[in-house]
Design a protein. Structure first.
Length: 158
């Protein structure tokens, strides 16, 4: 049975090509299958400029500078939040916001393709939505190894 996901992709910059959008969608499904995401899960990905992601980074992380990717996991419970669950309700994994400016900058700096950097940031964002983080050295090692395995298996090698 094929995995059923709802993937909402918004290119607010108008600069991504159709093959980039298709790559993102295919990668999300690939990660979903590899990480056993439940059927019916939903994820939203927005592509923005450095200026737009800087506003979000300042608002949500108190860092007044552009970053490459931000993830907002919906499954994480805050201290005073009440879990809302209804049978048949889809799992909302969350939102990923990626700077297209940073994709271009980092692909150039690292000497690989736009597509490789795009895939890296999508994978990084998805892993955050699935509960991975890199705050502690051990967690960082595990997350970055998982990213590498997924990207290599998908065919986006360095």
């Amino acid at each position: 049975m094929e995995l059923e996901l709802t993937v909402d992709i918004m290119d607010e910059t108008g600069s991504l090509k159709e093959n980039h959008i298709q790559l993102v969608e295919n990668l999300i499904y690939f990660i979903g299958e590899k990480e056993s995401i439940e059927n019916g899960a939903e994820v939203s990905i927005s592509f923005v400029t450095n200026d737009e992601i800087q506003v979000l980074n300042k608002e949500f992380r108190d860092k007044d500078m552009p970053t490459d990717v931000l993830s907002f996991a919906m499954e994480e419970m805050g201290e005073d939040e009440i879990e809302i669950f209804a049978e048949g309700m889809p799992t909302m994994l969350g939102d990923i916001v990626i700077s297209v400016d940073k994709i271009n900058e980092q692909a150039t700096d690292l000497g690989h393709s736009f597509e490789r950097e795009l895939g890296f940031l999508v994978t990084h964002g998805m892993l955050h939505l699935l509960g991975f983080d890199h705050m502690e050295p051990e967690d960082e090692k595990m997350m970055f190894e998982k990213q590498q395995i997924l990207l290599d298996a998908f065919g986006l090698k360095r």
